[in-house]
Unconditional design. Structure first.
Length: 426
């Protein structure tokens, strides 16, 4: 009993030790304190501004030159009304190179008084592998000076995708894809897809292409690096692969070359105005076998050989007008007729894609077009059928590992391009 009493006494002391000694906060009195503040006077504001002068305001603007631009019209369109700058652009021999050319990228820096501080323009050099930069700037004394600089173009990858609603070019325009890329896209798959007759509404494509840039601004497009095209539910793919010392080309992701021995068309992109087979002859009348394919195109359109070979004849023949015969392997010959100009000579070696002449309307012709024939051991054959049946060449075994690495990277980028299209659709 005595021990229990001591224990209870100790517990009580402990409980008393942790009990709060401060009053409850809800029982404390509440007071409101109000203090009047005086507003700053106008003099106080002026004093503050004088102590911390504002940084000068610089305005930035970018534009593209027009062929009919004058110094005044260009600067005014960019928000610069500076008579000194106008006179300098008119009279300075270096700065004057900016005017009279369309499509050149120009950016300016100007004061809030619309006075020119700096003008920078960029355009492709003659070799299209570099660019020229024009800089016009004002020094601290207020005088303008100019200089030209040369820079290297840098390549970056652009991703794009589209859906066919009516035509390939309508789809690429809607997707913001430049025409040179659309032409390459048609070229890549021309052996598998007839872009004049085989396209269907709902066909879709993804593409990765080079953008060649100057100071981060695109000056032109480069090569298509990879692409996939779904036509009537069938998927066609191609990736560009090139190694030093080897000729580059397009291959499927399985390593089979997309480049066949014969191209599907001797023109970069045109329409077939008359196919192979029976037709109503536009000159003699009546039905008659047409032993080739006609491609409608303006006079002067470049014509290229559809395969490697040797020029067998280049000159004028009755009916054909200006005509070129090219002999290929296995006694196969292609004929290019009605040319306005011949660009090769007899005995000359030519490679697939080389330009050999220009479209015209010479000989028995009712309008500008190219007549193409294919003869296999003297027998006429449909050129379009031959192009589709010609074999492809796989990636060399020694380069297979490098190709796989390139293909893997391009497949990832094509998947990213496809996700863009899906996001837009949603």
């Amino acid at each position: 009993m005595g021990g229990l009493g001591v224990l209870l006494l100790g517990t009580g002391v402990t409980a008393f030790g942790i009990a709060p000694l401060a009053p409850d906060a809800s029982d404390l009195p509440v007071r409101q304190v109000v203090e009047a503040l005086s507003a700053p006077t106008q003099q106080d504001i002026h004093s503050l501004l004088a102590a911390q002068p504002a940084a000068p305001l610089v305005l930035f603007r970018s534009e593209t030159t027009r062929r009919d631009d004058t110094a005044q019209s260009l600067l005014q369109r960019m928000g610069v009304t500076d008579s000194q700058a106008q006179a300098f652009l008119r009279n300075d021999a270096v700065a004057r190179q900016l005017l009279g050319r369309a499509g050149r990228l120009v950016s300016v820096e100007a004061t809030d008084q619309q006075e020119l501080l700096r003008l920078t323009a960029r355009w492709l050099s003659a070799d299209e592998r570099s660019f020229t930069r024009l800089v016009v700037e004002k020094n601290p004394q207020g005088a303008l000076s100019s200089r030209l600089e040369q820079g290297a173009l840098t390549a970056s990858s652009r991703l794009a995708s589209g859906v066919i609603r009516s035509s390939l070019f309508a789809a690429t325009d809607a997707a913001g894809i430049p025409d040179p890329v659309a032409i390459q896209l048609a070229e890549m798959f021309s052996s598998s897809i007839d872009f004049r007759r085989d396209l269907r509404q709902g066909d879709r494509f993804n593409v990765v292409y080079e953008s060649l840039e100057a100071d981060g601004e695109s000056l032109r497009t480069g090569r298509v690096l990879s692409a996939e095209f779904v036509n009537e539910g069938k998927e066609h793919q191609a990736v560009w692969f090139e190694e030093p010392g080897h000729k580059g080309g397009y291959y499927g992701f399985d390593g089979q070359s997309s480049r066949r021995y014969y191209l599907a068309s001797p023109l970069e992109f045109s329409r077939v105005s008359s196919g192979y087979g029976m037709r109503f002859h536009p000159i003699t009348g009546g039905r008659k076998a047409h032993m080739g394919v006609d491609y409608a195109a303006p006079t002067g359109t470049p014509v290229r050989t559809i395969g490697d070979g040797t020029v067998e004849f280049a000159g004028e023949q009755r009916g054909y007008g200006n005509v070129i015969y090219i002999k290929h392997r296995s006694n196969q010959v292609t004929v290019y007729a009605h040319l306005s100009r011949i660009g090769v000579r007899k005995g000359q070696r030519v490679s697939q894609g080389d330009f050999i002449g220009a479209v015209g309307t010479t000989g028995a012709s009712t309008g500008p077009h190219l007549h193409l024939e294919f003869r296999d051991n003297g027998v006429h054959v449909d050129p379009l059928a031959i192009a589709r049946q010609s074999e492809s060449i796989p990636v060399p075994a020694a380069l297979r590992q490098r190709f796989e690495a390139t293909a893997q990277l391009q497949r990832m980028q094509l998947n990213a391009a496809a996700s863009i299209q899906q996001a837009n659709a949603q």
